[in-house]
Structures are given as structure tokens and as C-alpha cells.
Design a protein around this ligand. Structure first.
Ligand SMILES: Cc1ncc(COP(=O)(O)O)c(C=O)c1O
Length: 393
């Protein structure tokens, strides 16, 4: 009998991958499946980025790169942050990693251990809670409120800080809700954090360029009082439709950078070289492909939020960012997990139960609208028919 470390028993997962496997299995049986469970753009990576990756391979970039990332890429990240947020960041503090998730994993491992508390959004990206538990720390949920567009209340966050709190995780625009935290709430949070200098902040801004209706993304980088304890997580996966390339970065405070670099050297050595060249092309290339993708998401969002609101028992806030909606389905009489299973098995529409994103997601399902308008329309009609056939309707 092999005996694993006890922490292996508390590691969670991302249900999106399980739903994808089930949806694929049903599709292989010949069922018509519309996958609204997926967490990635349905667009290909723009061609000039693919070409840069191809060229890097042809030019012989086959070896290890510096663990932090190639200097031109780190400089391009710093230039991009200046363009987007008007903030000067030293390329020396940028750590390029294989996917944005790695910055999350490293940050939580760096602070988490038994006896420590880490605050994280709930409902939120499931890996936060999973890795917090894996580290031995206690996960302390920050409730997100539907009535506030799935923002948190800064006062509620500040009230949860104790002497044992070492890290707070913030995610805006958010997965799974599409919520965007308003500037005033961030201002209040940062002002309050000045009273708690022992707390670091991980700001997951991976959806920072996918915004609608003039919603504003306020990067936590803009707050000077946080800079010496802020870890910024961002990357290419969503903005440039590059999920499979595995490329992300963290901007680390000076006091933590060497530790993060050491984790990288112990873990993955460096990101594959060709991907890094593709990443430079993405940041320095035309913005038009990104703008076109966001326009397409905006059109779909407009449709899906309205259509979901017209379904019996369903209420849907209009999300400010990302490509998810998080409709409240309590009125259907189904719990989220049963609804997820029934919708997939009976209608072929894959969604994800809100409980996959934490205990506060029990009244919701996540719908990704990274799918064609025609598929979204078909999915809504299937769901409408299914809900209309409920006993008692
Ligand atoms: C909130 C959030 N952060 C981070 C990530 C991970 O991004 P990557 O694929 O670059 O690791 C995701 C991916 O779904 C996400 O939704």
C-alpha cells in the first residue's frame, strides 16, 4: 500500500475539466452537445502570434531560457502594464510562468501553512480554495453579492482580517460571475489595508481586458501603498486566446521576487522558448484582434443575459466582464448540481454548477458565452423547453 502525504487528500479540482470529459463522451456517442462549460475563448490565437511562435522554432530557439523569462518578454510586459494602467513596473519584477495559474500556486504556497488564514472570493475560481487547503492554511471566504453585481464589500473583507491572515486573493473581472469590483470598493479596501501591513494581496487580473459597457478595470497596481506587498497575476490565456500555449506572469514585490524565482527553478525551470516569442508578438502586435473578440463577446453577453432572464425560475445579472454569466437558478426548484447533470444529460447543454466555485454558489450555474451566437440561441431554447416541461408548469 502506497502512502501519500495527507495534503493530497484535500486537493480540489476544476469541475470544468470533468464536465468537458463528460460532454466529449456524450458527443462521441453521437449526441448534439453545446458546451457552455468551457473557460476559454472560442477564437483561435491571432495569426501574427502563431507565426511568431513558428518563427522562433525555425530560428532555433529550442533551449532553456532564463528562469524568469526572456528579457524582451519581461520588458514587453512592463511596457504593456504602463500602456494599460499608467504604472511603471520594473521588468526585473516580472516572472514569466507557464500559465497564470502558476502565479496563484506559488503565491499561496509561499504564505500558506497550518495556523494561517487566507481570504479568497466565494463563489470564485476553485483553485484558490483548493491550493489554500493543500498548503495547510485555512480558507476564509469573501462573499460576493449578486445584488452588488457580484462585488465584495470592502468592509466585510476588512472585518475578516485577523493576526493570522497572511494573504487576500482578489479577482476582478471575475470567474465565475463576470463581476467587476467598482473603483470605490477597491479604494476602500486599499485604504483599510493600510491598517494591516502584515497582509499580502494577490490580484488575479487575468480578465482585465475583457470588459463591457464602459466598465472600468482598476488594477491594484495603481495603488502605491500596496506595491511592496502586491502580487499581480495576469497572462495571455484569455486576452489573446492562448490557453493552450501556457503562458502567464506575475509581478512580484521586490521582497518576494527571489523566492518566487526559486520556486520556478524548482518547479518548471522556464516557459518553453517559442511560446515566449509568441507572447512578445501578442503584446507588441495590433490590438484589433483583441478588440474584435471582445466585441463578439459583448454581443453574445447582451443576448444571453436577456435570454436567461426570460426563462422560468432564472434571474441573471448582466456581467461587467470576462465571458461568463452566473444566473441564479433557485427559482427552478433544482439544486445547481442536479440542474447541471440534467441539462447535460437531457438537453445536451453543458454548464457548471455554482457549487463548483465554492459553497456560496449553490443557487447558481455558470454559463460561458465563449460560443457562437447560434449555439447560444439553440442552448437557450433547449433549456427553455426543459424548464417548461418541469412538473407543475
Ligand atoms: C480567474 C482565473 N485565474 C486564472 C486562470 C488561469 O489562467 P491560465 O490558463 O493562464 O493558467 C483562470 C483560468 O480559467 C481563471 O479563470
Amino acid at each position: 500500500m502506497l502512502q501519500m502525504a495527507g495534503r493530497m487528500g484535500v486537493l480540489g479540482t476544476e469541475t470544468a475539466f470533468e464536465v468537458l470529459a463528460r460532454a466529449n463522451a456524450l458527443a462521441a456517442e453521437g449526441r448534439s452537445i453545446i458546451n457552455l462549460g468551457i473557460g476559454q475563448p472560442d477564437f483561435p490565437t491571432p495569426e501574427h502570434i502563431v507565426e511568431a511562435g513558428r518563427k522562433a522554432l525555425a530560428d532555433g530557439h529550442h533551449g532553456y531560457t532564463p528562469a524568469n523569462g526572456i528579457p524582451a518578454l519581461r520588458a514587453a510586459v512592463a511596457a504593456d502594464l504602463l500602456r494599460r494602467h499608467g504604472v511603471e513596473v520594473s521588468p526585473e519584477l516580472v516572472l514569466v510562468v507557464p500559465g497564470a495559474k502558476v502565479t496563484m500556486f506559488f503565491s499561496i504556497l509561499m504564505f500558506g501553512e497550518p495556523g494561517v488564514e487566507i481570504l479568497y472570493p466565494n463563489p470564485g475560481f476553485p483553485i484558490y480554495e483548493s491550493v489554500i487547503r493543500f498548503s495547510g492554511a485555512t480558507p476564509v471566504p469573501i462573499p460576493l453579492h449578486e445584488a452588488a453585481g457580484f462585488s465584495f464589500s470592502a468592509n466585510e473583507v476588512l472585518d475578516k482580517i485577523t493576526p493570522r491572515t497572511r494573504l487576500i486573493i482578489i479577482n476582478s473581472p471575475a470567474n465565475p460571475t463576470g463581476g467587476v469590483v467598482p473603483r470605490e470598493e477597491l479604494d476602500r479596501l486599499v485604504a483599510g489595508l493600510e491598517r494591516h501591513p502584515h497582509v499580502a494581496v494577490l490580484s488575479d487580473e487575468i480578465y482585465g481586458e475583457i470588459l463591457y459597457d464602459g466598465a472600468e478595470h482598476v488594477s491594484l497596481l495603481r495603488y502605491p501603498s500596496l506595491r511592496d506587498r502586491l502580487i499581480l497575476l495576469d497572462g495571455w490565456s484569455k486576452t489573446y486566446a492562448m490557453t493552450g500555449w501556457r503562458l502567464g506572469y506575475g509581478v512580484w514585490p521586490k521582497q518576494l521576487f527571489a523566492h518566487a524565482e526559486r520556486l520556478a527553478i524548482n518547479c518548471h525551470s522556464c516557459v518553453n522558448a517559442a511560446t515566449q516569442f509568441a507572447g512578445i508578438a501578442a503584446l507588441k502586435g495590433p490590438r484589433e484582434p483583441v478588440e474584435r473578440m471582445v466585441r463578439a463577446f459583448a454581443e453574445r453577453r447582451e443576448y444571453i443575459a436577456g435570454a436567461l432572464n426570460s426563462l422560468p425560475g432564472v434571474r441573471c445579472a448582466n456581467p461587467g466582464g470576462a465571458f461568463y454569466t452566473f444566473p441564479n437558478v433557485a427559482g427552478t426548484g433544482y439544486d445547481a448540481k442536479t440542474l447541471q447533470t440534467e441539462l447535460l444529460d437531457k438537453t445536451g447543454v453543458a454548464t457548471i454548477a455554482g457549487t463548483s466555485f465554492g459553497s456560496f454558489g449553490e443557487d447558481y450555474i455558470r454559463i460561458s458565452y465563449a460560443n457562437s451566437l447560434a449555439n447560444l440561441q439553440e442552448a437557450v431554447e433547449r433549456i427553455r423547453k426543459f424548464l417548461g416541461n418541469l412538473p407543475g408548469r
